[in-house]
Design a binder for this molecule. Sequence first.
Ligand SMILES: [Fe+2]
Ligand SMILES: [Fe+2]
Length: 182
Amino acid sequence: MNLSDDELEDYYMMVNDILANKHFQELKYCPHHGINRYDHLIHVSMLTYKKCMNDEDINLRDTVRASLLHDFFTDEDVNGVRGDKLYKVHPVVALENAEKYFTLTDIQKDIILNHMYPVTSTMPKTKEGKIVSLCDKECSIKEFAYNRVIRKKDDAYHLDDLLEEYKGTDTKPKTRIKVANI
Ligand SMILES: [Fe+2]
Ligand SMILES: [Fe+2]
């Protein structure tokens, strides 16, 4: 998915503190849908940004930030829980982690806690939560397909250079972020 330079700058300014968080950076080493959890979260949050950027009924900042946090857990955080149990446990752990480092609104909590619907039984209460749940499914399907069918080595990407340059500042990014075209 591609954002224009202006969109990318807008997106980055909403989430740069999350991307720079040390625990969040550990997600780069957690396998997820055949890629890693950090990249998955960026895919979902960028898609969410794209879908919501022109919707005046949506709280864009809340939605983009919570979509980036919806799977904020390392494998250690869930104590090796796997399979069906993980579907229920990881949104709760992601919410705990997110609350530990960031101040969350009720919309953000709803997005994180209920993003697994309909795999889990609780439907998101907010419009924002429903959108992120759908974006998560769309990206998950594309990531599985991308990894198994069309992945090329050169498509690997990350935000490290950008983070190194702008860590802890409010300076707008000048570097174009490369994003895999899932
Ligand atoms: Fe999830
Ligand atoms: Fe997810």
